[in-house]
Each structure stands twice: as C-alpha cells, then as structure tokens.
Design a protein around this ligand. Sequence first.
Ligand SMILES: CC(C)(COP(=O)(O)OP(=O)(O)OC[C@H]1O[C@@H](n2cnc3c(N)ncnc32)[C@H](O)[C@@H]1OP(=O)(O)O)[C@@H](O)C(=O)NCCC(=O)NCCS
Length: 372
Amino acid sequence: MEEISPGLENVYIKYTELTYIDGNNGIMRYRGYDINELAQKSSFEKVSYLMLFGKFPDEAELKAFKSSINKNLALPDYLKDILRSLPEKSDSLGILQTLLSAKASEEGNYKYDRENDIVKIPEILGNVLSMVANIYRLKSGNNIIDPEPGDSYAETFLKACFGSTDKDSIKSMDSALILYMDHEIPASTTAALVTASTLSDMYSSLAAAIAALRGPLHGGAAEGAYRQFLEIGSPENVNEWFKNNILSGNKRLVGFGHRVYRTYDPRLKTFKKYADILSKTEEQKNILEIARKLEEAGVNAFGKKGIYTNTDFYSGIVFNAMGFPVDMFTTLFGLSRISGILAHITEYVETQERLIRPRAIYRGEKERKYPE
Ligand SMILES: CC(C)(COP(=O)(O)OP(=O)(O)OC[C@H]1O[C@@H](n2cnc3c(N)ncnc32)[C@H](O)[C@@H]1OP(=O)(O)O)[C@@H](O)C(=O)NCCC(=O)NCCS
C-alpha cells in the first residue's frame, strides 16, 4: 500500500557536504566549521566561497571573487525601470522575486559546471546586493544607484543603502549574512532544488526560492518577533502580555520553537551579542529589554517541552539597530540565503543530477462519462 509523507517530512532528497545540524545539542556547522566561529572570524565572501567551492579561498582567489562581485553591482537599465514601475505598496521580498525572474529571462539554457559557476556565481551575488539595496532605497524614498564597492560585501551593501555606515554595523551585517547563509534544505532551498533539477537557470531557481520564502510559515519570523516587541511596548507589560496572549493559548510566541532544534538555536549567541552592541538609543534598549524578559518567560514556560528561542527572536533587533525598517527583515534574510541556495543547487546538479519528480496517489473518481 503506497503512503504519502505529508510535507515531505523525513524524506531525504539529497546528500550534502554543506551544513550539519544537530538539533538536540544545538550544533550547526558549515563544511565542518562551527557557525559562530565563522561569524566571528571570517567574512561573507570567504564563507560563500567555502560553501560554493569546498575550501577557503587563497588570497588571489579571494581577490578575484570580490572583484567579480564588484564588477556586477550595476543593475541593467531594464531592471531599474521595473523597480521604478512597481506599485508603491509592493512588498520588498515580492520586488526581489520579480527582479530575479526578470533577470532569468536573459539566461537562456544555462549550463551548470564548475568553470561556469566560478564566473556566474559572483555575478549573481553582485546583482542581488544591488537589487536589495535599491529595493530599500526606493521604499525609503531615495533614488536608484549603482553601488560603489567597499572593502567587503557587508560594507558595500550598507553604504549602498544608507550612504555611510560604521564598524559595528559592518561586522554585524557580515555576521548576519554568514549566520543566515544556509540551513540545510528548508522550503525555499527545496523550491530552488526542484527548479534547478530541471536544469533551469540559477536566477529562475532563486526566484522560486524567494517565492517560497514569502509565505508566513517560512520567512517572516524575525518580522513577527519584532512586531510582538512593538505590541508589548514596555518591559513592564511583558508578563501580562505573555499571560493573556501566549499562556492563554491565543497565539504562538514568535521566535520560539523550531522543527529541528530541541534546545537554543546556536546562531542566537552571535545575534544576541550584536543586538547588545548595536542597541544604543533609548528606544532600541527598550526593545532589547522587552525581548530579554519575553525570552525568560518563554523559556520558563516552554523549555521543558524542548521549545527554546530561535535565531529570529533577536535578528530583527540587529537589523533594526542598523537602520532597517521591519518590512525589510525577510528580504535581508533572502539576501543572506542566496549563496547557500546557490551552493545547494550546484552541489545537486553537478553531483546528483536527478530530476525531482515525486508522485501523487490518485483518489478521485475512477472513470466517468462526459455529460452530454
Ligand atoms: C517553528 C514551528 C512552526 C515548529 O513547529 P513544529 O516543529 O511543527 O512543532 P508543532 O507545531 O508540532 O508544536 C509542538 C508543540 O509545541 C508547541 N509550540 C511550538 N512552538 C511554539 C511557540 N512558538 N509558542 C508556543 N507553543 C509552541 C505547540 O503548541 C505544540 O504543543 P502541543 O504538543 O501541546 O500541541 C513552531 O515552533 C512555531 O510556530 N514557532 C513560532 C514561529 C517561529 O518562530 N518560526 C520561525 C522558525 S525558524
């Protein structure tokens, strides 16, 4: 008797050498390296290279990789026209999906292979940086620009968004880009894999991933967690809010619980550190204090069930303290995830090559006569 696996739960569709997760012990590693150590000591460019090509770049490789990214920061005019023509109310992640699809229209029959990838992937990383920076600029009433290369991907991005930035913000952004880069194969990466398995081009696979990320069951938790803090308003209101909304069973605590982790999400440690460093204004400190009190209440109530704080609980605080509004959080997550998705699709297409084509069990009418 055939059976389905709802939500593809416990179905394995690929081997990977990219991300290792031990949900019971709160461990996460990229190619064997501890995630928090990478976030502290490395850079987005080096970790992207590691994920994509299996080793850290040497000096010459890093220089070439960065230079290819920087050569691709200027968006083609037709993408700028699309950006300007979308309705004002368009959400930032929806705009990113549209721009990636538009870029896919240029691609024709893309061929995956290592020689092509080394050229193509930094081009995509440069393009996507510019897309996201310009989405932010447009939504905050600024003009569209061709970003100027800075010393790092994080610096180029922040300067493109805000005109200027500072050392702490650059380090926090760099760490966020690394921490959110990959998480095995959640719905968005799986959507990209299904698309890439048909040998469709990389931009189409990324557009499919972003389409999946848009749904509230996947992306959006950082935004949801932060909106919770805003709703609570003050640390004194936490306990009552928690009792009325969460303990009463009316709502789930956003930024808590995870399908894989039964303990604290390991990425949390670094996000907490930067939330602390970057929160400088009274308003930011107030939000951080609300978060801390709410986390304590959540762990007290749910820790014994294996439900702990996940990374999205604090990442929004970090993004907001850098200067980003709440409706950019999921798009920043999307920006960070691009190189992880590219690493997964190239790993899949170049080594496993099987068209992903599951089956459905038919349970409708067996045979019917067309009504005359
Ligand atoms: C992420 C999430 C969907 C994972 O859920 P899951 O593995 O499918 O677990 P379930 O939905 O089956 O929940 C298991 C139990 O934990 C409880 N639970 C899980 N997350 C909870 C939360 N955030 N707040 C309160 N209770 C929670 C459920 O009510 C359920 O309790 P029960 O067994 O008494 O009915 C879930 O934890 C959640 O909705 N979290 C809030 C949203 C969020 O932060 N998402 C970001 C994920 S990275």
